[in-house]
Ligand binder design. Structure first.
Ligand code: TXA
Ligand code: MG
Length: 358
């Protein structure tokens, strides 16, 4: 059992999905090391405790529909600085502010273009982040010194309830990067969060268990500081969905000499990487991992890591499959990327970033 601001909460070591390093968790328990509380069945009172904990400057990892986030109070400089340390992330990489509803957008953003309001009305709550000009509330310590701020209204019921409770207690927003160490694969289950961060969180921090994430890849990031929207990171909300809605041309982030004017340092070429070397579309050797849609048979001698039936399931399972390659100590993973102009674009983006460059 653990204590959250006077509330007793269960520390569950049984998981929504079986996790790979269960032995290390038992070792952890046996040695009686300090451990953050993992709350598996969130109630109104545990959420209240989690919001109090955030307001006190602690870290709370929570599920969103995309990936798990590691949250702190977006206005608390010390807490944000601690968050950067826990993630091992350079401080010029800006954070996304999570709010409970569009109604609170004006607190954080100004000069909001008409098309951004349309996007927010259509796709929030949901897997979309808007980059907008910031108000005085969005300090340099969350924006990486940029004049813009990233805002998102997540749709996962637990995230939504936590944000509402936090705001009800006077909070204004929660910054939450993906709950992984910098450069690593984003977590999509509570077991992944534990695996990534248990060594870095303290007993006053919390992990909320909301089951496996439905989308599985991070939100679409759209730069809305210009006349036309520009996708900085593809996700479940696609360019077609955006242009169909607002009737404007949508730019995709350009690389090379045509780089976007906006600085999005988290969008590095090497990211989301497991320990294994990831290769796209080559023939596997004996003992190599293999990820492809279920209608593609496993080549002889390869170890199947995921067989998604469609592109949505591909996104849902991708990070789990990459993590599994580490658990199985596989050296090379061969991936057959999906095709299409839906979430396949986001999957291919992440695959290119984690692909072996050597
Ligand atoms: O789905 C998601 O967006 C998840 C969940 C937890 O909400 N969060 C997430 O956060 O992916 P993070 O910190 O892992 O990635 C945020 C990305 C980074 O690449 C960062 O550079 C970019 O958003 N970003 C944040 N604020 C920005 C800004 N003002 N201008 C440009 N890029 C920004
Ligand atoms: Mg991330």
């Amino acid at each position: 059992m653990g204590t959250v601001e006077g509330l007793r909460v269960s520390v569950h070591l049984s998981w929504a999905k079986p996790i790979k390093n269960i032995h290390s968790i038992h070792r952890f328990k046996v040695q009686q090391l300090p451990i953050m509380a993992i709350i598996s069945s969130c109630t109104a009172s545990t959420l209240k405790g989690a919001a109090v904990s955030l307001r006190s400057g602690n870290l709370v990892a929570f599920p969103t529909e995309t990936v798990y986030g590691l949250g702190v109070d977006a206005t608390n400089k010390d807490a944000v600085s601690h968050l950067y340390q826990v993630k091992g992330r350079p401080t010029d990489h800006p954070l996304i502010v999570h709010i409970s509803s569009l109604a609170n957008l004006n607190k954080w953003a100004r000069e909001i273009p008409e098309y951004a309001i349309k996007l927010a009305r259509a796709f929030w709550p949901g897997p979309m982040t808007l980059i907008l000009s910031r108000t005085h509330l969005a300090k340099d310590f969350i924006t990486g010194n940029q004049d813009s701020v990233g805002i998102r209204v997540p749709s996962h019921p637990l995230a939504s309830a936590l944000l509402k409770e936090f705001e009800g207690q006077g909070g204004l927003g929660v910054v939450a990067p993906s709950a992984n160490r910098f450069g690593k694969v984003s977590p999509t289950t509570v077991g992944d969060v534990f695996e990534e961060l248990s060594g870095y969180l303290s007993p006053s921090d919390l992990i909320l268990d909301g089951g496996p994430c439905q989308v599985g890849v991070e939100s679409t990031i759209i730069n809305c500081t210009q006349d036309f929207p520009e996708i900085l990171r593809p996700g479940a909300i696609t360019a077609t969905m955006i242009s169909d809605l607002i009737g404007l041309q949508v730019n995709q982030i350009a690389t090379g000499s045509n780089k976007s004017l906006i600085k999005a340092p988290g969008l590095l070429q090497s990211h989301y990487a497991p320990k294994a070397k990831v290769f796209l579309s080559t023939t596997p050797d004996l003992g190599d991992g293999f990820i492809a849609l279920s209608d593609i048979p496993t080549p002889p001698g390869a170890i199947r890591l995921a067989s998604p039936k469609d592109n949505n399931e591909y996104a849902q399972l991708l990070y789990q499959a990459l993590r599994l390659s580490d658990t199985k100590q596989i050296s090379n993973v061969i991936v057959i990327p999906p095709t299409g102009d839906d979430i396949a674009i986001a999957i291919c983006d992440r695959l290119e970033k984690c692909a072996y460059k050597g």
